[in-house]
Design a protein around this ligand. Sequence first.
Ligand SMILES: [Zn+2]
Length: 136
Amino acid sequence: MVKQGVVPDDLTKPFWDAANAGRLDIQNCSACNRLYNPPVAACTQCKSADNLEWKQMSGKGKIYNYGVVYDCPVRLLQQDQPFNLAVITLDEDPGIQMYSHLPGTPVDEVPVGAAVEVIFEETANGQKVPEWRVVG
Ligand SMILES: [Zn+2]
């Protein structure tokens, strides 16, 4: 699926750099042991930025739910309509959710609850983005 390019900012750059290196890194407050996606400027629990770090995830998750997109406002994606849009929860913390088009899974045949693993797809500007595919 053709994707829009992603333009990282200062806060999200470590996430996108990790994706380019084939890693799923999520921001973590080491003092509170709390993950953040999207990243935050300061931990919402201890209010400090001093203990924020980037932590590599296993790249394993589950399909929480999904929808099928028939009328997408993003022109680049319209040629691929209809397509799946699934909500993925990370095994490390089900509170961390990511979206996926689930490449390889037929439209509207998404196995909710199934295990998925992260893959990385290259977008128009060369930036890689995390995607997810059903395991097995
Ligand atoms: Zn904290």
